[in-house]
Design a protein around this ligand. Structure first.
Ligand SMILES: NC(=O)c1ccc[n+]([C@@H]2O[C@H](COP(=O)([O-])OP(=O)(O)OC[C@H]3O[C@@H](n4cnc5c(N)ncnc54)[C@H](OP(=O)(O)O)[C@@H]3O)[C@@H](O)[C@H]2O)c1
Length: 259
């Protein structure tokens, strides 16, 4: 039986990847800072060799947007090489090479480390998950007037579709950089906000806020979008009714992971 290690296997994406792989009959190990017996902080690397021993494939979904993903990748690559891992699959973000956001720059550096690692590798870039867009909108809706990034659109995708694709890639041979995965529609933030507010049955005045800086210019230019790869099928409107079921403070806030 194939043994697969999923880093970040407790996260929004990782837990669905784990489900897909187990449904396909793989032996799956889950690694995160808090999941025993493979509780490892990848930025430190302690305990990583034991987690990777005997593993055929690693699906790397763990990420700490506050920093250290490059250090974490260095430890993971080193351990994978020592253990003779055959295939390292990494999930990245569409536009990491076009939008100069700090988090994106780090993800691009990690892509390059993986490409030069000497391991068999596959990199899939995806657009923002519906969940992240809902989180951004939920935070904005805490105010009576809802601030939105002026002139920015997004192309959110259903995370389960990304998880299924990653599981498929993990079961295959190393494929290098595979075609990007984008959600089915590119929508201005105003429209996403209206859909979200309808779903939770609330009203807010919307306020377009022009932001400064190169990263914002990159988002406004659509560097994080891939309309030619709109392969996701679940629209934000189809997803967003589930947003009303979540309590406003049910999930932690993620810092600066994109629009
Ligand atoms: N969210 C999006 O819209 C989106 C879009 C495209 C690509 N991606 C990429 O998809 C990946 C997963 O994103 P996500 O939204 O599922 O993230 P998430 O929900 O925040 O989950 C992150 C996972 O990583 C683990 N983790 C964090 N820091 C770690 C560390 N230092 N060492 C070991 N484990 C660590 C977390 O568990 P513990 O807290 O227990 O450590 C958790 O299991 C990321 O690489 C992200 O860049 C995300």
């Amino acid at each position: 039986m194939t043994t697969i290690l999923v880093t970040g296997g407790t996260g929004t994406l990782g837990r669905l990847v784990v489900e897909c792989l187990r449904a396909d009959g793989a032996e799956v190990r889950v690694l995160s800072r808090h999941s025993r017996p493979y509780a490892v902080d990848l930025r430190e690397g302690t305990g990583l060799d034991a987690a990777v021993e005997g593993v055929d494939t690693v699906v790397h979904c763990a990420s700490t947007p506050r920093g250290g993903d490059d250090r974490a990748a260095g430890h993971l690559i080193g351990a994978a090489r020592r253990a003779g891992v055959r295939h390292l699959v990494y999930v990245s973000i569409v536009g990491v090479d076009r939008v100069p956001l700090g988090y994106y720059r780090t993800k691009l550096a990690v892509e390059e480390m993986i490409e030069g690692s000497g391991l068999g590798w596959t990199v899939l870039r995806a657009t923002q998950f519906h969940d992240l867009v809902v989180e951004v909108l939920r935070n904005a809706a805490r105010l009576p007037v809802m601030p939105l990034p002026a002139g920015v659109a997004d192309q959110p995708i259903e995370v389960a579709e990304v998880a299924a694709r990653l599981a498929e890639l993990a079961a295959g041979e190393p494929a290098g950089r595979v075609p990007d995965m984008g959600g089915p529609e590119v929508l201005p933030f105003r429209e996403l906000a209206r859909t979200y507010l309808r779903a939770i049955g609330q009203h807010r005045r919307l306020l377009d806020v022009p932001l400064a800086g190169k990263a914002y210019r990159g988002f406004r230019a659509g560097g994080h979008l891939t309309p030619e790869r709109a392969v996701g099928t679940v629209t934000f409107e189809e997803f967003s009714p589930s947003a009303s079921l979540r309590a406003p403070d049910a999930r932690p806030t993620r810092a600066s992971t994109g629009p």
